[in-house]
Design a binder for this molecule. Structure first.
Ligand code: SAM
Ligand code: SF4
Length: 326
């Protein structure tokens, strides 16, 4: 199915690596995943050629992701080259943040506009458990570095898992005095990860009810607000007088397929039109041959199979999120 009339595909999620310094429980199996070899991964030059070609189809925004994108050397140069493409008006990064303190200044200077940082818990022990070994101190240092270097907005991604309920007051508190935008994302069944029992999934409605209770106990009524400096599927709210916001991405309970404006390119050069789909188009040969027409044909083939219909979501995919680029 082609895009519904008026629906533009203008957002590319570009995965630069399938490697990561973490193995988050909701993203990777305990044993990790087999990483692609250096030869299987796209060169930055291939990615830049791809973006330069994709702008002809209307891509204007690029989010760099992974795996952990900052684990790949030379990322700043990639940002600079993508930012130099006149049609690209926004380049953002999704990261676990631990390598951000040492990279933030260079990324800012290279033209990176925004960062989303994954911090799934504000409790050091739970954070270590969820990331399988990570240190909350370093994740939060990434958030500080993003704020200090003037990235705007700074969003924190939190995957909704049941124990999160106990942490809501702490997440609410960090939105009080600083422009931090916390986004709760429903846990999705991607690859071998995802909730397997009803007890493991937490819906946005359940979380919202808890946040409304917190509001009544103190900060006041949570009111809907516009997306802070962005667009996309999250719905945002704010407590009265708070600087930051709270967003929800109802990826499971509130599919946004008919609003989807995304195309994904995996680190090994496969085009994916939907996180939930196993359909892939290999665009790597076309990129490596610097064949513009063939790249455009690959994008058209991929988008031609995009369903734009929440009722026809295919089943579990072969790749885990770190191998797609969430
Ligand atoms: N390593 C970076 C990070 O963690 O932010 C970027 C890659 S990570 C795959 C991108 C986003 O996908 C993160 O915000 C992570 O929380 C989210 N994610 C991973 N697996 C998920 C799942 N099964 N359901 C929902 N979100 C998931
Ligand atoms: Fe790595 Fe990000 Fe996946 Fe965690 S969510 S394992 S940090 S890619």
């Amino acid at each position: 199915m082609n895009p519904p009339a008026g629906q533009k595909i203008d957002y590319l999620r570009l995965s630069v690596t399938d490697r990561c310094n973490f193995r988050c429980v909701y993203c990777m199996p305990p044993e990790g995943v087999e990483f692609k070899s250096h030869e299987q991964i796209l060169a930055y030059e291939d990615m830049v050629f791809f973006v330069k070609t994709a702008v002809e189809l209307g891509i204007t925004k690029v989010r760099i992701t992974g795996g952990e994108p900052l684990a790949r050397k030379g990322l700043t140069d990639l940002v600079r080259q993508i930012r130099a493409i006149p049609e690209i008006r926004d380049v953002s990064l999704t990261t676990n943040g631990v390598m951000l303190p040492r990279n933030a200044a260079a990324l800012k200077e290279a033209g990176l506009n925004r960062v989303n940082i994954s911090v799934d818990s504000l409790d050091p022990d739970r954070y270590r458990m969820l990331t399988r070994g990570g240190s909350l101190k370093f994740g939060l240092a990434g958030v500080e570095a993003a704020l200090e270097h003037g990235f705007h907005p700074v969003k924190i991604n939190v995957v909704m898992m049941p124990e999160l309920i106990n942490e809501l007051p702490a997440f609410v508190q960090i939105t009080k005095d600083r422009p931090i935008h916390v986004r709760f994302i429903e846990w999705m069944p991607v690859g071998s990860c995802g909730p397997r029992t009803v007890g493991e999934s937490l819906s946005k409605d359940r979380l919202m009810a808890e946040l409304e209770k917190i509001g009544l106990e103190g900060p006041g009524e949570l009111k809907p607000v516009a997306s802070p400096g962005g667009w996309g599927p999250a719905r945002y709210y704010r407590y009265p007088g708070y600087e930051g916001t709270i967003g929800f991405i109802g990826s499971m309970s509130d599919h946004f397929c008919n609003e989807c404006n995304r195309l994904r390119l995996t680190a090994d050069g496969k085009l994916k039109n939907c996180l939930f789909s196993s359909h892939e188009v290999d665009a790597r040969p076309a990129m490596q041959a610097r064949d513009r027409e063939a790249v455009l044909a690959a994008v058209s083939e991929s988008l031609g199979c995009k369903t734009f219909d929440k009722n026809v979501l295919p089943g579990r995919t072969a790749r885990n999120m770190s191998q797609v680029g969430g």
